[in-house]
Design a protein around this ligand. Sequence first.
Ligand code: PXG
Length: 456
Amino acid sequence: MYSELQQKDINHHFTPFSDNKELSENGSRVITHAEGVYIYDEKGNKLLDAMAGLWCVNLGYGRKELVDVAAAQMTELPYYNLFFKTTHAPAAKLAEKITSLAPAHMNKVFFTGSGSEANDTVFRMVRRFWDLEGKPSKKTFISRENAYHGSTVIGASLGGMGYMHEQGDLPVAGIEHIEQPYYFKEVSSKAGVDLTPEEFGIQAAQSLEAKILELGEENIGAFIAEPFQGAGGVIIPPSTYWPEIKRILAKYDILLVVDEVISGFGRTGEWFASFHYDLKPDLMPIAKGLSSGYLPIGGVIVGDRVADTLINKGGDFNHGFTYSGHPVAAAVALKNIELLEAEGIVERVKNDISPYLQKRWAELADHPIVGETRGLGMVAGLELVKDKATNQRIAPDCKAGGVCRDYSMANGLIMRPCGDTMIISPPLIISHDEVDELIEKAKKTLEQTAEFYNLL
Ligand code: PXG
């Protein structure tokens, strides 16, 4: 029997990224409230949210300071736009704060309502930049297979998800994809391929150079990539990958867009993962952890090279959103960053809780159905396999991930599948005891998944 809320949902709610027919048969889980790292559902279940919502609740749930600042801002100025020569305190202060934390050559922020809008903004900025530079042929973007850059037409086109491209004839023209630096998929689980991670990292990066030579340097505007792939399955590139990408981009004068929507605001133990990989992005889309998800807000941090051209040569930039820099969302984002700073949360990730989480997560590699564990900062992934010797998958079409997720939910742990890769990205404020609980629940879940497939 459905609850009243489930019934309303089935009748009237068209749910994102779901099979709405299947949902209407089974009903959705109704989430009622949340505190710290836990969410609660209508039936009284308590779940450890090891995904921080959708990679965003960096500060954890239930922070009264964010509620208070939202109420105060709503009372003072609930809305005004940034078009037509106006601004307001939350937008101006937040832009200053973000750029104070970003790499030194990045001094401007363009605000959006989401990560997808941030990447649409990137697309328009890059094309405008090269027009203003007198190189209008430099319009093509190079991205990567299995990248995630959002769900708008441009976001989904920049992304490299086949299951999105096949719905609606994407990608749109002017966006090309190269191979991803996914060592487990391309080397560890392939018979007859014998490369070290370092060799593979160089090889994967060099597919960028091959694509540039194929299309012509004069036609390529930018390369866009997540520092590590999030929604693709927490894919962490080998150490050789980014240095080689940097070398290639410099050689051909192609802009670098580092999509920090997931990786920004402390997730890797740095304010931005660009510091971790020593990247100097021209543009950096952000969202999610910017407000810890408490209100929708995103943006693009703009490097000096692009900003100087757009601002000094460009006149009007005919782009923006009704909710660009929304005052309430911006005030909450500013407070969120102030709390991350005041409580030393990014340093704590780096020096304490990430090393602990990664040490404990690595224990899962001992399990007979785990082919690999990997992680960086506060993200981690593991690969479900039938046989550790060959790393072959358990079931056709990577169905074991869904089975594992269902056991995990039943055990009170939100861990999510990307095919047969199980991933986590918990709130940055998770305690040692809560990490222990996460690992114990993950171990039990793996055991049940192995039993389900008779693999013990
Ligand atoms: N870039 C990256 C790297 C992202 O991960 C976006 C852009 C788009 O942001 P918005 O705010 O428009 O959603 C994202 C979003 C998943 C999942 O299942 C991941 C995202 C969104 C929804 C689901 O892992 N990432």
